[in-house]
Ligand binder design. Structure first.
Ligand SMILES: *Cc1c(COP(=O)(O)O)cnc(C)c1O
Length: 376
């Protein structure tokens, strides 16, 4: 994997913003509630390990990731004791590894437990496998749905010392929307499912960022905070944030080539853009292979506070913008973040191209080096 360290295209991540967001969120949740930092997908493109270190400094109670490899990366990077939950389904063959590493597994079928049991006998430690039962209350992704299945699952865990039912959780489908009706029904379903258990597990949890920001949480023990920790609005522009958060991600490059065009000169593949007489055009060393997707071609990029439109289609490694006047090679260009008082927000761009801010952030590819600063 090559990182472009000899190129001025860089993502700058403010760990101070991450810490500040965690502290802000902490003041808005109940004092005894665990705050779990979601660092899946390489910390939403910000870099899982630096983010996890900052989050730990700010006092989070543990981490959530999507896949086992992400959990192992944390364990291998010094997070040896921290609470660590894999929120997706893990392969049976890794059950013993998870137990040995004290990684909590999301499980949503008793069959999985039955099949994991003989494999767990091969584990090297006496650790039980810590299990979080996923229940489906309307997301339709993973999870048991009937009380009967949930009770059978609990009973199976209780019958085997290799298994510890540590948690139960669900995930909401519409917490970032304006209509609260499905949130209410998912909520009620989850309450009933938890109440059906013979014994309440240690960690009952339901809230992602959107639930934490906009909805009352009932008697749960933890929240799973992803996008809000990075400083972004989970709904993009649908609902405004109840309190300010600080965006942590800045994406910048520099003008690498500047020229003045004649009327009708064509720009980029397909020759679809034709310049006007005297138009100043600049080339930037960033393209869709860096995650600056072709459908961002309608966005403006910031040069000394001027919004500069992209001209022609975005290429794999470069793209062209129109300048209001001549600027020297090496002038800074901001694709995401603040530049001379102007801000390019992933949420605004996402809405324009029919996606969500999350996808823009975690889409910035590993060819773009991440630099870290701490504004705190
Ligand atoms: C990704 C994820 C989260 C975090 O979501 P945000 O909207 O980023 O806060 C929480 N819970 C589950 C199950 C997830 O998959």
């Amino acid at each position: 994997m090559v990182r472009g360290v000899h190129r001025p295209t860089v993502a700058t991540i403010d760990l101070g913003a991450i810490k500040s967001n965690i502290k802000t969120i902490r003041t808005h949740i109940k004092a005894d509630k665990k705050l779990l930092a979601v660092v899946k997908a390489d910390g939403y493109g910000h870099g899982a390990i630096p983010i996890a270190n900052a989050a730990k400094e700010a006092g989070v109670d543990g981490f959530c990731v999507a896949i086992l490899d992400e959990a192992l990366e944390l364990r291998d990077s010094g997070f040896t004791e921290d609470f660590l939950l894999v929120m997706g389904i893990t392969e049976l063959r890794d059950a013993a590894l998870m137990a040995d590493q004290n990684i909590s597994a999301t499980v949503s079928s008793t069959e999985w437990l039955e099949q994991a049991l003989p494999l767990l006998k091969l584990r090297k430690t006496d650790n039980p496998l810590r299990i979080h039962l996923a229940v489906d209350t309307g997301m339709g992704r993973i999870g048991l749905r009937t009380k009967q299945d949930i009770l059978a699952f609990e009973a199976f865990c209780n019958d085997h010392d290799e298994l510890l039912l540590e948690g139960i959780f669900t995930h909401f489908a519409t917490a970032d929307g304006e209509d609260d009706s499905q949130v209410a029904t998912q909520y009620e379903t989850f309450k009933e499912q938890v109440a059906a258990l013979e014994k309440r597990p240690e960690i009952v949890h339901l809230a992602n960022s959107a639930m934490t920001l906009w909805h009352e949480d009932f008697e749960t023990d933890a929240v799973r905070i992803g996008i809000a920790m990075y400083g972004y609005n989970p709904s993009d522009k649908t609902i405004s944030l109840p309190y300010p958060l600080k965006p942590a991600f800045k994406l910048e490059t520099e003008l690498s080539y500047v020229k003045q065009m004649h009327e009708g000169d064509t720009i980029s593949y397909g020759a679809r853009y034709r310049a006007y007489e005297g138009e100043w055009l600049a080339t930037l060393p960033i393209g869709y292979a860096d995650g600056w997707r072709r459908d961002l071609g309608g966005q403006t990029l910031l040069v000394e506070g001027h919004p500069c439109p992209v001209r022609g289609v975005i290429c794999m490694d470069q793209c062209m913008i129109s300048l209001p006047k001549e600027f020297p090679i090496g002038t800074k260009v901001t694709l995401l973040g603040e530049n001379h008082g102007q801000v390019n927000s992933p949420s605004d761009m996402a809405v324009d191209i029919g996606t969500i801010g999350y996808e823009i952030l975690c889409g910035i590819s590993h060819r773009v080096p991440r630099h870290y600063i701490d504004s705190e």
